[in-house]
Design a protein around this ligand. Sequence first.
Ligand code: NAD
Length: 497
Amino acid sequence: MSLIQHLINGELVNDSGRSADVYNPSTGHVIHQVPLASRETIQQAIDAAKAAFPAWRNTPAAKRAQVMFRFKQLLEQNEARISQLISEEHGKTLEDAAGELKRGIENVEYACSAPEILKGEYSRNVGPNIDAWSDFQPLGVVAGITPFNFPAMVPLWMYPLAIVCGNCFILKPSERDPSSTLLIAQLLQEAGLPKGVLSVVHGDKGAVDALIEAPEVKALSFVGSTPIAEYIYSEATKRGKRVQALGGAKNHAVLMPDADLDNAVSALMGAAYGSCGERCMAISVAVCVGDQVADALIAKLVPQVKALKIGAGTSCGLDMGPLVTGQARDKVSGYIEDGVSAGAKLVVDGRGLSVAGHEEGFFLGGSLFDRVTPEMRIYKEEIFGPVLCVVRVNSLEAAMQLINDHEYGNGTCIFTRDGEAARLFCDEIEVGMVGVNVPLPVPVAYHSFGGWKRSLFGDLHAYGPDGVRFYTRRKAITQRWPQRASHEASQFAFPSL
Ligand code: NAD
């Protein structure tokens, strides 16, 4: 069993303090120990970032982007190795891991456009001999805290953009599956990033609190569950930091009576059960408009849910791997029990699944509930597992009311052939990311990602144009070069044209 290291100031460093177990969820065995950084370790990373900042902020944006071009190449060359590490520690299938990496690389590609996106704005002759421009300047030392479910993609939402904008970045990845995140950061180092510009420190609450409390850290990006997002947002904004904190979700798919049901069913299967439902954009509720749609949907889903191919994530051709930990599996099983007690109809029960040769793995089969109602815990709370709940309503308006009343507002979608219904849905639904016949409407890297309501704390979404705004501050410069021949008298009134 190996001890994972921190990456600080360009070097892999050991930590002699506390550590935690990292599992292979397919076998149920501990495969690594990950250090949990102390305040001193966090301070080392902060000191390295602070020291690297003056030179990095003055490095031309085009040179910073060149590092990202090399980084993209290295990520592509190492796709198989990275996917293997993701799958070994997270449990998702290799194909799913490769997909997450590709979506992460999109963000590196966007970061390659730094010279274009940082051009600023210029106005000549805003007054007599006066020119004005707005500059986008880096914040300094910024940090990111990321969840277990996308160990490659979510960190890549953050630091490529923060770094090309001229900041130095400290990443605190999830302690549950840190190896792929660390390898990716090492590849950025290999691409030519100066030491100290990116550090990776592993840890838990202690490490996060040290980042929140450090005055040198000017901004925090967080992605994870809502209670922690809210905690980080309130504690860090209290200390004057800029914060974007993305939280949990309960994503509804609305099925209209005119939907292409076969296409909707295959879309739902992937969106509800892919990655074992451990995605913040996973569809966990199907809202059927009318009993006919609901009955037809259940009839088509049942055989497919029962036929899901489940096994060790690193095997080929599977639909689903295990959940990330035994604790996560037990929590999801608890929700299933709760749904049954509350009176929902459990049409497919995924509990008790044993995978031959992997009897100690953290597996659950797909579960499907019908006749779920809004007061049930399985409807209100994020289950974060392979469980789809079907809710029946009588109209599109009732479906939209249900979604708008929910505390989360990350993603949603509608399956329909009716343009008028789709347009109304897009206009009036109180959710940050909306799909029309698209089950997982995760925006591409040149748009920004973020939910509404208790799915995001802060004003700016992640990556894309909002990411650039988040990792820069605007400076407005007004400049005059008086002409030698003329002398201007003092002006005591407020300057205007
Ligand atoms: P989590 O909130 O448990 O952990 C996220 C990060 O916070 C980790 O780095 C963890 O070490 C740290 N952390 C945990 N407890 C902490 C505490 N008490 N104080 C300070 N830091 C703490 O989330 P997770 O289980 O790793 O990830 C799953 C959650 O993330 C789900 O709720 C999912 O919806 C959400 N998520 C949201 C998005 C989004 O874009 N909105 C994307 C991915 C995941």
